[in-house]
Design a protein around this ligand. Sequence first.
Ligand code: MTE
Length: 302
Amino acid sequence: MAYRWKNTLSPADVTPEEHFLNRRAFMAGIVGTGAVAATGAAHAMTDEQLIPNTWEEITQYNNFYEFGTGKTDPASYASALNTDNWTIKIDGLVDRPGEYSMDQLTEGLTTEERIYRFRCVEAWAMVIPWNGFELKDILEKAGVQSGAKYVAFETLVRPSEMRGQRLPTLDWPYREGLRLDEANHPLTMMATGIYGKPMPNQNGAPIRLVVPWKYGFKSIKSIVRITLTDEEPPTSWNMANAREYGFYSNVNPKVDHPRWSQASHRVVGGGLFAKREDTLMFNGYEKEVASLYDGMDLTKFF
Ligand code: MTE
């Protein structure tokens, strides 16, 4: 079963990596719905394919405030981060709490390649070919207890290597959270690579969240802790400015940011062909995720 994704990009917008495109001809692109995943066919090639941004665009234009607030600061300074012997502490309402090594987290799971739209709340967008796993499969390893309703995430705090953390730009650690049903959705990934290469430090090495229907700041980088809770967890941008950044932060062209419109965005890259395009409800994943928010007032729960 293949899904048609509304694709307003044209091949002229970006310069794809040739190797990648060759491989992509036979590799799965985008996940199906939960129903499809449940039947075992988790992937479906799309008829209308997204053309990914280049490696350079994806790795040279970033937001990672632990390394500074400029778009090129992460590429300039994130090499200072040592990701050796990385662990994620999984705690809270789980049967098997503990410090999980990268090997333990990924053991028995097959790396998948997913080409997702990525829409920053600042109204720019890319298309990124991630490698990784469904978050759900990682949570299952820890055994989520029945009382859990939310998942909280934290980024590493290490100011000696993360120079941006020497300033109180945000209240470190960077924190994010999802409702458990959002976390268990088959589109929600823990990504460990891009274009088949290990995750670059500036993009959130060695492991980060990717939630393609939400604004990019929900996709927390360099995660060291995952906590299952029964209460909505505090999240960094909401803590910094609750009027401007809600807990849900679903991409929604009809709910503007207090200081700018969210109806359209700038496509990163493309040089002379750079352009704006209309932002899609739930970033183009409406069919897959809209039911998660049935009956909710999305202007209130923004
Ligand atoms: N995670 C951490 N720990 N720190 C950050 O500053 N920035 C967020 C998100 N995750 C951020 C983070 C924002 S605002 C965006 S748009 C995306 O990361 C950017 O991801 P990218 O640089 O891989 O495109």
